[in-house]
Write a protein that binds this ligand. Structure first.
Ligand code: PGA
Length: 259
């Protein structure tokens, strides 16, 4: 059975001490379950210390990004090769990276390849902007972002990939509003359709596709409960351990109902 994923993206928040405190609260207050995988993505700075503090039986660590070369004169960057023993996952192609740091489709593709090469499972974020949505380009954007990101991924590797549909207009950083379940379902179905076209029926059924964008403890169950939604990528609400615990509980309830 696929495990539901609940991912905490702490973005550029919390120094190492604060990150450690929040992780401690997660340990105390978040009930974890066999069917749910809870992933914590702190800043790059906190990965190393948190990798020693984290209860690996209950939580997994993720990077928020990484550079696609393994080593060399790339001042200021950290490679996936350097993180290979620290993290299980890495977020790649987050809209903040695409928008603020001009990450192109090709850069995202290289990063996905580099993560896979180093044994790190990519959580590939895709999604359209408000403007693209208003001009009816949602499917085209999903198609282009997904097919480019997966270009070097083989059919043996696809099972370790996670796709997060994060419409830019829904993300709190960009003053977003959560997507309507209907919009989300259409996008998720289209993502699975694309995976089927590229890798076949089995891969499309097995791949985990998540939703992200202003998810809260109030609406998490409604999103995760939608057929074809395998979890959520949570930003702002994950900085509050009580809200995040509520989201993990919601995921658990939905997973139990599904059984
Ligand atoms: P949000 O962030 O939940 O704060 O909207 C989601 C994300 O950016 O991954």
């Amino acid at each position: 059975m696929k495990r539901t994923l609940v991912i905490a993206n702490w973005k550029m928040n919390l120094n190492t001490h604060e990150a450690s405190m929040l992780l401690h609260r997660y340990h105390q207050h978040i009930a974890t379950h066999r069917d749910i995988e809870v992933v914590v993505a702190p800043s790059m700075l906190s990965l190393q210390p948190l990798s020693q503090e984290i209860d690996r039986h209950r939580f997994r660590l993720s990077a928020q990004d990484g550079y696609y070369k393994d080593e060399g004169g790339f001042t200021g960057e950290v490679s996936f090769a350097m993180m290979r023993d620290l993290v299980h996952y890495s977020i790649i192609g987050h809209s903040a990276r695409r928008i603020y740091f001009n990450e192109t489709l090709e850069v995202v593709r290289e990063k996905v390849a580099a993560a896979v090469r180093n044994g790190i499972a990519p959580i590939i974020c895709i999604g359209e902007t408000k403007q693209e949505r208003d001009s009816g380009e949602t499917k085209q954007v999903i198609h282009d972002q997904l097919t480019t990101a997966l270009r070097n991924v083989t059919s043996d590797e696809i099972e370790n990939i996670v796709i997060a549909y994060e419409p830019v207009w829904a993300i709190s950083t960009f003053d977003g509003e959560p997507a309507k379940p209907d919009d989300m379902k259409k996008a998720l179905d289209y993502i699975r359709f694309q995976v089927r076209e590229l890798y076949g029926e089995r891969a499309a059924a097995d791949i985990r596709v998540l939703y992200g964008g202003s998810v809260s403890d109030q609406d998490a169950a409604a999103f995760i409960g939608i057929e074809g939604c395998d979890g959520v990528l949570v930003g702002a609400a994950s900085l509050n351990y009580a809200k995040f615990a509520g989201i993990v509980d919601a995921a658990y309830r939905v997973a139990r109902e599904r059984e």
